[in-house]
Design a protein around this ligand. Structure first.
Ligand code: UGC
Ligand code: NI
Length: 168
């Protein structure tokens, strides 16, 4: 019997164990360029880890692919670097995370929902589900680590550990 994950409000405090929230609605900013531009400075930390790690910028475009109600079969983590997801089209998206550890604790798994103006930056080692979009073909900017080191561990839940999420 799988359980439904209920959303937790996406705030800096609630998300602190998983990384940072990239949210212009609450983040401070200052004026630059002669007062013509507001800079929302350093909203998140890009971790690139050891060796040849470097930060790269990508875009993810994802079809909806009849995914709701979605059973959370697996989570993944990037031990050597952070990973940020920032909406490009202003659509809500779902965030499923669990704290760092040898394997994800299903009891500590949390669901957050971005209102489409908020992005998230998963700290290195944070367990998370691959991108869950709510609109077909949605596009998000992704900032994460590239390098020679393997940087993606996956964990598949046992049948008695399954949870599911529904479309917001
Ligand atoms: N693998 C990849 O590029 N993306 C995943 O890490 C993800 O979190 O979607
Ligand atoms: Ni990832």
């Amino acid at each position: 019997m799988s359980m439904q994950l209920q959303p937790t409000a996406l705030t800096a405090e609630n998300f602190a164990a998983f990384g940072q929230v990239i949210d212009r609605q609450v983040h401070s900013h200052f004026l630059i360029n002669g007062g013509s531009t507001e800079r929302y400075h350093q909203m998140a930390q890009v971790e690139t880890g050891p060796a040849d790690g470097r930060a790269i910028i990508s875009v993810f475009r994802k079809p909806l692919a009849d995914q709701f109600p979605l059973t959370i079969q697996m989570l993944e983590r990037h031990p050597h670097g952070s990973q940020a997801f920032i909406p490009l089209k202003g659509h809500p998206f779902l965030i499923v995370v669990a704290p760092p550890g040898k394997q994800p604790d299903p009891q500590q798994m949390r669901l957050f929902i971005s209102d489409g103006s908020q992005g998230v930056n998963y700290a290195a080692g944070v367990w998370h589900h691959p991108l869950i979009v709510c609109v077909d073909g949605d596009e998000l900017l992704v900032v994460d680590r590239s390098g020679q080191l393997a940087n993606c561990d996956e964990y598949t839940f046992a049948a008695d550990q399954l949870h599911w999420v529904d479309q917001p």
